[in-house]
Design a protein around this ligand. Structure first.
Ligand SMILES: *Cc1c(COP(=O)(O)O)cnc(C)c1O
Length: 385
């Protein structure tokens, strides 16, 4: 074990700001008491603000995948057909959930690293009758790609009666994804990404159209009955015991996001993302995503190098935790997360550690070249974020 300071730059979980950590250290409160209701009411309003929706944003005690499952079994029927946009581990997860419930799945194949085109979705919808739900992961964390959500929502509306369900787990709070304005029917997220609090909560918001389908849904369900949950949460309660401490932390993190403001929050993520991209490219690595999201920078390591070894060296020798690749790219990618409470200095730390780790693998890295590129993007405007 290294004695030194550690830096968490994984694409989830993400660092927890001090105000959120401190509130978790206080004496636990009861979730049926008056104090909880006051806090939960604030949390609910702040979640609507960041989801940009008038709909209820329900908090569920589970990881993000639980919200996928809840969305699937509350807003479709057992005999429904799902159109699932692939392109990475998380996009493909929607299809896995639907198949687990015996539903029919038609996939829109997308090469990992690329983003789906609206035309490709339109073609699948034109040849598939009675689609109940179209699913996608807005920011595909396994590849670093961003899918064109606003245009896809329009295609769904124009070509079908389907609900449009979006995994916004590394999108909400990172870059604009206005649920109501874009016509997203179901938007899910999770506590351990942009919200900067520990894992334990997932969020799901659903449009009026989706709630109409809820009434017709015939899936068996108990814990994830969203109708029951909505009734409870409108009374500032949860149906079952929630992750109380995470909710308290979430309120503190949401306050920080609110103080910063949505525009500044997105601008900070955008600047950090640009800095990370410039840094890895200056080191001769190739960006994996053609249309990168602002959440994570995924870069291919040179053929001669093991991505896993780079990730290990960064963690063990330099105290910086990033992520490697997933699936077929397990050993080929490095992924630097910049989701949540990061500023430019974090990007400099990550880039300097990446330079050293790549050099450790025998690559000829001119020290400072990645760092200089990051500095070039950050500019001399002083500390940001
Ligand atoms: C982290 C993540 C998830 C959720 O995974 P859980 O481990 O279930 O919390 C889903 N989608 C994306 C895009 C993610 O980054």
């Amino acid at each position: 074990m290294m004695a030194g300071k550690r830096h968490l730059l994984a694409p989830g979980p993400t660092p927890v700001p001090e105000a959120a950590r401190l509130v978790m250290a206080r004496e636990l409160i009861h979730h049926r008491g008056p104090e909880f209701k006051v806090i939960f009411e604030e949390v609910r309003a702040r979640l609507q603000w960041i989801f940009e929706t008038e709909s209820d944003v329900l908090s569920l005690t589970c990881s993000g995948t639980g919200a996928f499952e809840a969305a699937m079994i509350n807003f479709t029927r057992r005999d429904s057909t799902i159109v699932s946009i692939g392109g990475g581990k998380f996009g493909e997860r929607w299809a896995e959930v639907a198949r687990a419930y015996g539903m029919k799945v038609v996939e829109v194949p997308v090469t990992w690293g690329e983003s789906v085109t609206p035309d490709a979705l339109a073609a699948v919808l034109e040849s598939t009758p009675e689609v109940a739900m179209v699913t996608v992961s807005a920011s595909e964390t396994s590849t670093g790609a961003w899918h064109p959500i606003e245009a896809l929502a329009q295609v769904v509306r124009d070509h079908s009666e389907a609900l449009f369900a979006v995994d916004g787990i590394t999108a909400v709070g990172v870059q604009p994804i206005p649920m109501d304005a874009w016509g997203i029917d179901v938007l899910v997220s999770g506590s351990q990404k942009a919200f900067g609090v520990p894992p334990g909560l997932a969020f799901v918001a659903a449009s009026e159209r989706a709630w109409e389908r809820y009434a017709q849904s015939d899936h068996p369900r108990y814990y994830f009955d969203l109708g029951r949950e909505r009734d409870a949460q409108r009374r500032q309660q949860t149906a079952f015991t929630p992750a109380i401490s995470v909710i308290l932390a979430l309120n503190e993190a949401l306050k920080l996001m609110e103080e910063e403001g949505r525009e500044a929050l997105y601008a900070r993520h955008e600047r950090n993302a640009r800095a990370a991209r410039a840094g890895v490219e200056a080191l001769g690595l190739q960006l994996f995503a053609r249309s990168p999201a602002n959440s994570v920078t995924a870069a291919l390591v040179p053929e001669s190098v093991s991505g896993k070894a780079v990730v290990r060296a960064m963690r063990e020798s330099y105290g910086v935790t990033i992520a490697g690749g997933q699936g077929d790219y397990a050993d080929r990618l490095v992924r630097i997360g910049h989701i949540g409470f990061f500023d430019g200095s974090d990007m400099l730390i990550a880039m300097s550690a990446l330079e050293r780790a790549l050099a450790d693998q025998g690559l000829d890295i001119p020290f400072g070249s990645g760092v200089a590129a990051v500095q070039g993007v950050l500019g001399a405007a002083g500390r940001v974020g």
